[in-house]
Design a protein around this ligand. Structure first.
Ligand code: ZN
Length: 59
């Protein structure tokens, strides 16, 4: 088990599943997992959001 991210809650929306989690650095993070599939979209200032397992969208 990893303690890197802790999922706080999940909410099903028309766009997909919004997942709120807390990073190991303590920041709150929101991810949208599209209902249609594909890569999840991260939001928030945390630089650790991808955990190195997926390429991030640089913006
Ligand atoms: Zn972090």
């Amino acid at each position: 088990m990893t303690q890197r991210d802790r999922v706080l809650s999940r909410h099903l929306t028309s766009d997909g599943v919004v997942v709120w989690s807390r990073c190991s650095c303590g920041r709150l993070r929101m991810d949208l997992v599209p209902a249609a599939g594909g890569a999840r979209l991260g939001a928030g200032p945390c630089p650790h959001r991808d955990g190195g397992q997926a390429s991030s969208v640089s913006s």
